[in-house]
Design a protein around this ligand. Structure first.
Ligand SMILES: Nc1ncnc2c1ncn2[C@@H]1O[C@H](COP(=O)(O)OP(=O)(O)O)[C@@H](O)[C@H]1O
Ligand SMILES: [Mg+2]
Length: 265
């Protein structure tokens, strides 16, 4: 199962990705979480200690790795480099071990692709998203940046589903609309809405209407719960800080729906 979590900044992507990855780990999935957001805070939401998290070198700054895989050192101009670097050993070699058997890869800042950007960092990032092989009982969960423009066409074609997190607020819904257009362009197979920070039934009704209008299925909703904000302030993973939170159980149900939708062969 290969998932990408997208949506406007602040909607809850990192909290959901981290919690979902931990729960997949507990379910026995060999789980790799990839932080593709330049703000790089997935480690905390996974429960990797700040001591370790603060020392992580993102792949985008690992120039020797990029040079080894693409044939070109970032920053150098010209040169012919491999557009399809091998990536399948990268999780083992550069992934950081976290709780529940999960691993974390931190991408760092990947420059916006623009029209045909050919920088080697971008090439390695794309290859990672696109070519990481996922076998039975394996999961890759990616915490993406709001804009997907840096990925480029075809990159996320291999993703089973893109989870678009929205709050019942117009701004995040406008972002979802843009993501829908972009996901078509990028060749995403399945785009699904996850409603987050839901406070009452009228917000449920609202989101159902929005999902119907946008023609993006509503996969799950997650309630608003203050303890998730407290977890964030304490820099502790939601699943460790508030294991009994209704948010954690809603993500558990989301996990079960995903497993049903994309059964492990
Ligand atoms: N269901 C929720 N209930 C309450 N607060 C939440 C919920 N989900 C996320 N948050 C809070 O919202 C803020 C943004 O969440 P975050 O996961 O960092 O979003 P993103 O990665 O999309 O920018 C954080 O303070 C987080 O604790
Ligand atoms: Mg985030």
């Amino acid at each position: 199962m290969k998932l990408a979590v997208v949506g406007k900044g602040g909607v809850g992507k990192t909290s959901i990705t981290g919690t979902l990855a931990r729960q997949l780990g507990r379910e026995g999935y060999k789980t790799l979480a990839i932080d593709v957001d330049p703000s790089m805070n997935l480690a905390y939401s996974l429960g990797i200690s700040s001591n370790i998290a603060s020392k992580i070198t993102p792949l985008s700054e690992n120039h020797s790795l990029i040079a080894e895989r693409t044939g070109v050192t970032p920053g150098s101009s010209g040169g012919v480099f491999s557009l399809n670097p091998t990536v399948n050993d990268i999780a083992e070699k550069y992934g950081i071990a976290g709780p529940d058997g999960i691993r974390l890869l931190v991408m760092g800042t990947v420059r916006a692709a623009g029209a045909g950007c050919m920088c080697p960092t971008n090439s390695l990032a794309k290859a990672l998203v696109r070519h990481l092989m996922v076998s039975a009982k394996e999961a890759v969960v990616m915490d993406m940046e709001a804009g997907l423009e840096h990925l480029g066409r075809g990159t996320v074609r291999g993703v089973d589903a893109m989870l678009c997190v929205v709050e019942p607020r117009m701004q995040s819904i406008d972002t979802a609309r843009r993501i829908k257009d972009l996901s078509k362009e990028l060749g995403v197979k399945s785009l699904l809405i996850v409603g987050n920070k839901m406070k009452n039934n009228s917000e449920h009704v609202f989101l159902k209407k929005v999902s119907a209008e946008l023609r993006i299925p509503l996969l799950a909703t997650i309630p608003y719960d203050e303890s998730i904000e407290q977890a964030d302030m304490a820099r502790v993973a939601p699943i460790d800080f508030a294991p009994d939170s209704p948010v954690v159980s809603a993500i558990e149900s989301l996990k079960s729906s995903l497993i049903m939708k994309f059964p492990s062969t």
